[in-house]
Design a protein around this ligand. Structure first.
Ligand code: SAM
Length: 352
């Protein structure tokens, strides 16, 4: 646990810990030796070579350069996953609070990082709730590495994979909310089509939604492969990507309210980062990146102007300085080792 000196506002506060957090005290079998990759893009493991699948967290050097971890700095890793980024932050001397919605991730990363003693603390929860885990203006950096981990994708029992048969679940936090099966069995054809189109940019969204509604009249959806084969029948043969890629990505985003969490997480980060502290966000697809880009743009322009105003006015929402105007992408060197990093974009901003 963090000492009261580490997080003063938490001293004596059992409430927020009870609601949000639990210390990690077990290891998940099979995790040891597994390396995480990021995949918000809906790409799934399998079919590729092992080398491509097992790899390091993306944009590591760029994240470290942005967050500048060092002794006495406190960094909140809102997407702890397997703890790859956090481990390097801790090795550099920083204190880290790691959050994840997924209890399995906390168990694994908690074990991996226990060597850092009370410099590391793990809390289960949505990063949108980070205000309950660290006090306002207390942290030197926040890292959000969005999406799901390869471990999550790889576990048939979690229901993220269209290639492995498992329960149609897809919840990052398995203790809360509706499963993907609830969504496909209960939502109207119109709702489903909108989800597939908005979150998956799926052009055949209406045809797929109609086919799902017809199929569920015969038999409810309970498994991943049931859904994958229903989509495959609508889409015909396989191209380079599995035809269910976009539908699975869209459902995952809906089930986990991912875009809402990003918006709320950015606002929370603005409250908890101290002046001079840094926000680092890694995204994997355009919807998320657009949210981050627009949020930072709106809050980093110094003056606002409108044709009807006699002169520009100071921006009342000014809170950030962009570290770079453009998003940072993986280097050729990283891409050569890790093709999954190709859609990763890092945005960095400094709190004013
Ligand atoms: C791409 S992985 C992070 C990998 C990590 N950076 C590493 O080095 O191993 C994303 C993780 O974030 C978690 N996650 C995604 N959205 C979240 C949210 N809104 N709140 C908390 N955790 C979230 C997922 O459960 C997953 O474990």
């Amino acid at each position: 646990m963090l000492t009261p000196a580490f997080i003063p506002a938490l001293a004596g506060s059992t409430d927020c810990l009870a609601v949000l957090g639990r210390m990690v005290d077990s290891v998940v079998p099979g995790w040891r030796g597994h390396v995480f990759h990021n995949s918000s893009s809906g790409e799934q493991a399998g079919g590729g070579n092992e080398q491509e699948f097992y790899h390091k967290p993306v944009l590591m050097d760029e994240v470290l350069a942005g967050l500048e971890p060092e002794e006495d700095k406190l960094i909140l890793d809102g997407t702890l996953g397997g703890g790859g980024h956090s481990e390097r932050l801790l090795e550099a001397g920083a204190h880290v609070v790691g959050m994840d919605r997924d209890g399995d991730a906390l168990a694994y990363a908690g074990k991996r990082l226990e060597v850092f003693g009370d410099r590391f603390r793990a809390e289960q929860g949505n990063f949108s709730e980070m205000r309950s885990v660290v006090p306002a203006r207390s942290v030197d950096g926040v890292l959000l590495d969005l999406g799901v981990s390869s471990w999550q994708l790889d576990q048939a029992g979690r229901g993220f994979s269209f290639q492995k048969d498992g329960p149609l679940d897809m919840r990052m936090d398995q203790a809360a909310g509706e499963t993907a099966a609830d969504w496909v069995n209960q939502r109207s054809a119109e709702d489903l089509a909108n989800i597939f189109f908005q979150y998956g940019e799926e052009k055949a969204s209406r045809r797929i939604a109609a086919a799902i509604v017809r199929a569920r009249e015969e038999e409810e959806f309970t498994t991943t492969l049931q859904l994958a084969s229903c989509v495959e029948k609508v889409m015909g043969g396989r191209g380079r990507k599995h035809p269910a890629t976009r539908v699975f990505q869209a459902l995952r985003m809906a089930v986990n309210t991912e875009l809402d969490s990003v918006t709320a997480g950015l606002e929370a980060a603005e409250d908890v980062i101290k002046p001079g502290g840094v926000l680092a966000v890694i995204t994997f697809h355009s919807l998320e990146d657009r949210l981050v880009k627009q949020f930072l743009k709106k809050r980093s322009v110094k003056f606002l102007d409108r044709p009807e105003w006699p002169e520009p006015r100071p921006n009342p929402d000014l809170a950030w300085d962009l570290v770079s105007r453009k998003a940072i992408a993986a280097t050729e060197g990283e891409l050569a080792q890790n093709t999954r990093a190709r859609s990763a974009k890092l945005r960095l901003a400094k709190r004013r």
